[in-house]
Write a protein that binds this ligand. Sequence first.
Ligand code: FAD
Ligand code: AMP
Length: 477
Amino acid sequence: MSDQFDVVVIGAGPAGYVAAIKAAQLGLKAACIEKWVDTSGKQKLGGTCLNVGCIPSKALLESSEQFAKAKHEFADHGISTTEVSMDVAAMMARKNKIVNNLTTGVAGLFKGNGVTSIEGMGRILSPTQVEVKNHKGELSTVDAKNIIIATGSVPIEIPPTPLAEGVIVDSEGALAFESVPKRLGVIGAGVIGLELGSVWARLGSEVVVLEAQDKFLASADQRIAKEAFKSFTKQKLDIRLGARVTGSDVKGQEVVVKYQDKEGDKEITFDKLIVCVGRRPYTKDLIAPGVDVKLDERGFVYVDDQCRTTIPNIYAVGDVVRGPMLAHKGSEEGIMVAELIAGKKAKMNYETIPNVIYTHPEIAWVGKTEEELKAEGVAYKAGSFPFAAVGRAMAANDTTGLVKILADAETDRILGMHVFGLHASELIAQGVIAMEFASSAEDLALTCFAHPTLSEAVHEAALAVENHAIHMVNRKK
Ligand code: FAD
Ligand code: AMP
C-alpha cells in the first residue's frame, strides 16, 4: 500500500523544504523526499544551502573576517594583541555546529508542521506517483495529487580541471580544507569564487583568481564592479581577467594550471585549486521514461512564470528552474507554488530579487543596472553617495564603497539600487522594499533615517537623485 499526499516535494533544499512547510500550513497533506544522508545513514535536510552552500560559507567568511580584523585593524582602535593565530579545526567545528543546528532545525519544522519526511531518492513514475529508493536500496512508492520538483543544482566540472582528491576541489571541498593552503587558485570570479577566495586570502593564502571573461562581475552595475575590483586588489586578491583555464597537471600535492590570456599561454602552480565555474540543474534519474516533464535547452526543468511544468499537476522550483540560483528565490517560488496548489492566487515578482556577494565589503543590488537601462533605452536619473562621508562608516573604520540609486527620469520610480559597502546585504532590503512598494526616489528622500547609521547613505543617494544630497558639496550637473 502506498501513502497518498496532496503534495509530494522532491528535494529538501530551501526551495523544497519551504514549499513543503507552506503546503502543510495551508492544510495540505505534504511529504518531502530527500536523498542526502551522512555516513551513518542519517538523513540531512536543508540541501546545498544549509549543508555546503550559503550557511557554511557565511560561517567561514565571518570567522576569517574576525581573524583579519584582529590581525590588521585592532591596532587602529588602540587594541593591542599578542600573536593572533587561527585554529582551522576549531573554525570548521564552529561551522559544522551551525550547519547541524540548522539542518536539525528543518527536521523539527517538518515535525512541528506535520510534513512527512521521507528518506531516499525520488523518481517520478507518473504524474501521480513517485518511487523512493532509500540509502539501503529499498523501494517504495508514494501517491501524489501534486508533485513539486526541487532537486536543485550541482557544481559544474570542466574538462581542463577534473577534481583530484585534496588538490583540485569544488566549492564543497573548499569549505572543508584542513589547513590554510599557501598558494590557492580559484577558477571563476563569480559569487562563489570571490567568497571562497576571500575566506582563504584573509587567513593568509596567496590567492589567484582566474576568470575567462574580460569584464569583472559582468551582471553587476559596472561602477560598483570597478570599485569592488580596486578594493579586492588592495586586499591582495590577485584577480586575472581574460584568463581562460585550458588544462591542469596534478603533481603530488600541487597542481600546475595552464591558462591563456591576451599575452598567450601561461602556467601557474598552486597547492590547492577551487573550481567555481558555476552550477548546473540536477535532474539525474528523476523522471521516468514516458513522463512528459520537459527540460529546456540548458537542462533546466521548463516552467512558466508560476513554476508549472509541462504537466499540469507537476511544478518545479529553485535552482532546477530558470532564474538566479539563489536560496531566497527558490524559497519564494516554493511558497508561491504551495499557495497555487491550495487554490490561492499567487505570483512572484522576479524584478525585486536581491543579489548579494558576501565579500568585504559586500556587494548587493536589486533591479536594473545602469548598463541594462542604457541598453533598454530607458530614460533614468542616478544618485549616489559614498560611505566615506558617513559618520557611522567612519566609526566602523570601514568607509569603502557607495550606494547608488537609479530612478525613472519621468516618474521617479526606483528602478534599481546598488550597494558596495559594509553590511550591503542588510542595506539592500531597503531598496527591495522600496521597489516592491513601487516607491519613488523622492519617497525614500522624504523618509527619516536614524543617525548615525549606514542607512543614511541610502537616504543621501535618494536625495542625490535630484541633486539634493546634504552631506556632499561636489554635486553633479
Ligand atoms: P538545493 O539546495 O540544491 O537542494 C536540492 C536538494 O534536493 C538536495 O538536498 C538534493 O540532495 C535533493 N535531491 C536532488 N535530487 C533528488 C531526488 N531525486 N530525490 C531526493 N532528493 C533529491 N544562495 C544564496 O541565496 N545566498 C548565498 O549566500 C549563497 N551562497 C552559496 C555558497 C555556496 C558555496 C554555494 C555552493 C551556493 C550558494 N548559494 C547561495 C546558492 C544556494 O545554495 C542555492 O541557490 C540553493 O541551495 C538552491 O536551493 P534548492 O532548494 O533549489 O536546491
Ligand atoms: P558564476 O556562474 O557566477 O558562478 O561564475 C563562474 C565564472 O567562471 C564565470 O564568470 C565564468 O566566466 C568563469 N569560467 C568558466 N569557465 C572558465 C575557465 N575555463 N577559465 C576561467 N574562468 C572560467
